[in-house]
Design a protein around this ligand. Structure first.
Ligand SMILES: Cc1ncc(COP(=O)(O)O)c(C=O)c1O
Length: 401
């Protein structure tokens, strides 16, 4: 009987020592590496020598450890770590697509991803079709013989739709279209590769690192793809050079070992707040409650132990109503009025005015993104009841409830 995939066990089971027996691997403080003989250097440049490092833009030991851990997290053969989440996404897409190719993507994605797909890829003559990823018929209809990528986020930013990864994988089938899934919102909770995705990308800036002290990303895939992006002759990662600094790699690696506990706490805190939002009759989105259209789907896809995630959105209808609420919440100490997510403190921002501002207003409207939508990344507060009381006080003071 096949054992169920458990990402936390996979991280725990890693045995990565420093070369002097340090329980944490040593940090690689070198851009370049020495070779004892010329032939090994030549072989390494031709990809024929195992275990040698040649230059840190290509690979370095600290990044290798973190990449191994990210591969373990997803259960992929290999991984590569990048200097940002956007670097992971753009490297992957530029590696997979040539001029004249076509991408089908969820219209609801992180604003930077949307901008890259809608605006930037034009210069390479790569066409992009934007679809409602929950409407599988429209996804199917958008696929063409030259579609190289079907792109989505496991839990979309900021609408918190859940992508039906197994069905999307079925649609791409064996016709050469790669299913690329951004799992930034749901590490450990959803394991896209296990569900049929070909490549999983991350902004590690968020939950993976959890400290908001650096920007980083990862690409998890089979060894052929990771070797291809790091090929010295034509690999997108090697040639565009979005390498992660090894000092940052080593910090993120240590934070991965607490990810399961953090995800559980983010999720239980978000669930508490969502249940209380429900009582206020405010409009809100949380996939962990039956009121969410993808609740059953999420239950069928998720790993059992990490909850439904730390992301909630509430809809106050207009930006003018959202602004004083966010300012008051920051003043009361509920969290920070800031973009990004996965931090130990609660972060909130008006998506349409910030992380989705790249999406034109008429498309925001079409995807159901209200101008008053506030996205919350719920923090690790020990006393979440106290936090909710403060949120409620803000809502009452502003006469919203
Ligand atoms: C879902 C998602 N993917 C990717 C990114 C981009 O990541 P980074 O800011 O690390 O480049 C973000 C950033 O907010 C995001 O929310």
């Amino acid at each position: 009987m096949s054992k169920k995939f458990n990402p936390a066990n996979a991280i725990q089971d890693l045995k990565q020592f420093g070369e002097f027996g340090g329980v944490n691997p040593s940090i690689t403080d070198s851009a370049t590496f020495t070779f004892l003989d010329e032939q090994t250097m030549i072989d390494t440049f031709h990809g024929k020598a195992e275990g040698c490092f040649l230059y840190s833009r290509h690979w370095n030991p600290s990044n290798k450890y973190l990449a191994q851990a990210m591969a373990a997290l997803e259960g992929t053969e290999s991984a590569w770590v990048t200097s940002s989440g956007m670097a992971a996404i753009t490297t992957t897409l530029l590696q997979l697509c040539n001029s004249g190719d076509h991408i089908v993507t969820s219209v609801t994605t992180y604003g930077g991803t949307y901008a890259f797909l809608a605006n930037y890829l034009k210069k390479f003559n790569i066409e992009v079709s934007f679809v409602n990823i929950s409407d599988l018929e429209s996804v199917k209809a958008a696929l063409r013989p030259n579609t190289k990528v079907l792109y989505t986020e496991s839990m979309t930013n900021p609408m918190l739709q859940i992508s039906n990864i197994p069905e999307l994988a079925r649609l791409t089938g064996d016709n050469g279209t790669k299913l690329v899934v951004d799992n930034t919102f749901t590490p450990m909770i959803i394991s896209p590769f296990q569900l049929g995705a070909d490549i999983v990308v991350y902004s590690m800036t968020k939950f993976i690192n959890g400290k908001n002290d650096c920007v980083a990303g990862a690409i998890c895939a089979d060894a052929d793809f990771i070797n291809a992006i790091s090929d010295v002759n034509d690999g997108t990662a090697m040639l565009l050079g979005p390498v992660l600094d090894p000092l940052r790699s080593s910090g993120i690696l240590k934070n991965l070992s607490t990810l399961h506990i953090r995800m559980q706490k983010h999720s239980s805190n978000a669930m508490f707040i969502a249940k209380h939002f429900e009582e206020t009759r405010l409009k809100f989105i949380y996939p962990g409650l039956p009121s969410h259209p993808d609740y059953e789907l999420m239950k069928s896809l998720m790993n059992p132990d990490y909850g439904f995630g730390g992301m909630i959105a509430i809809d106050l209808d207009t930006a003018e109503r959202a602004a004083p609420f966010m300012e008051m919440m920051q003043e009361k100490g509920i969290g920070y009025h800031a973009v990004s997510l996965g931090y130990f403190k609660t972060l909130f921002s008006n998506s349409g005015k910030s992380t989705s501002s790249e999406v034109p207003e008429e498309i925001q409207k079409k995807m159901g993104l209200s101008p008053g939508l506030i996205r919350f990344s719920v923090g690790l507060d020990q006393d979440i009841e106290r936090t909710f009381q403060w949120i409620k006080e803000c809502l009452v003071e502003l006469k919203y409830i």
